[in-house]
Design a protein around this ligand. Structure first.
Ligand code: PRP
Ligand code: MN
Ligand code: MG
Length: 186
């Protein structure tokens, strides 16, 4: 069914909440990246939605790029193994890179990307994530900027998916646990 009430337990962050987080982060990043001409990299696919709102709140000369990485294993638990699917097009050598993520969970993805870009000679690699799920962290990796810390619940919307769906919800909601349970039992 397309009835979203059947899968969403409650709204965690409304469109208005998200807009305020983007404004706040954008102001901070405008200060911190002034004169640095950063390469701002969105991580496909989840971060695309946040990236477009965030960079429009940054009054900074920048280039935008994308990379795609995937962690293998099943869709629920991270195996810790990360593979590079699409690299950034730009030459990051000597450049300040800002990675934009929708969420940092175990930290495996972020750790891999930071190491990859530093190996390529980036001058600095920082991360701005909308959500930070610190409770699930398995890697000692710094999320330099984030909008909010979230508890260990399955969140969807505004880029965040469940089985590659619900990214287009304009808000962030908590998925009903029974939705996950129903799929596990299939
Ligand atoms: C999600 C999310 C982050 C990553 C965080 O992406 O968008 O990129 O997982 O997880 P981690 O901290 O445990 O590594 P996913 O790999 O599901 O791809 P997607 O963005 O295309 O949904
Ligand atoms: Mn992602
Ligand atoms: Mg995903």
């Amino acid at each position: 069914s397309d009835n979203i009430d059947q899968i969403i337990d409650r709204v965690l962050y409304s469109q208005d909440d998200i807009q305020k987080m983007c404004q706040k982060l954008g102001q901070q990043l405008t200060q911190d990246y002034a004169g640095k001409d950063p390469i701002v990299v969105g991580v496909l696919k989840g971060a695309v939605f946040f990236l477009t709102d965030l960079v429009r709140q940054m009054d900074v000369k920048m280039q935008n790029d994308f990379m795609d990485v995937s962690s293998y294993g099943d869709g629920f638990e991270s195996s810790g193994k990360v593979r590079l699917d699409i690299d950034v097009e730009a030459d990051v050598k000597g450049r300040d890179v800002l990675l934009v993520e929708d969420i940092v969970d175990t930290g495996h993805t972020l750790k891999f990307m930071k190491e990859h870009l530093l190996k390529r000679g980036a001058k600095s690699v920082k991360c701005c994530a909308l959500l930070n799920k610190t409770e699930r962290r398995e890697e000692d990796v710094v999320v330099d900027y984030y909008g909010a810390d979230v508890e260990n619940e399955f969140v969807v919307g505004y880029g965040l998916d469940y089985l590659n769906e619900y990214r287009n919800l304009p808000y962030i909601g908590v998925l009903k646990p029974e939705v996950i349970q129903a799929n596990l039992n299939r």
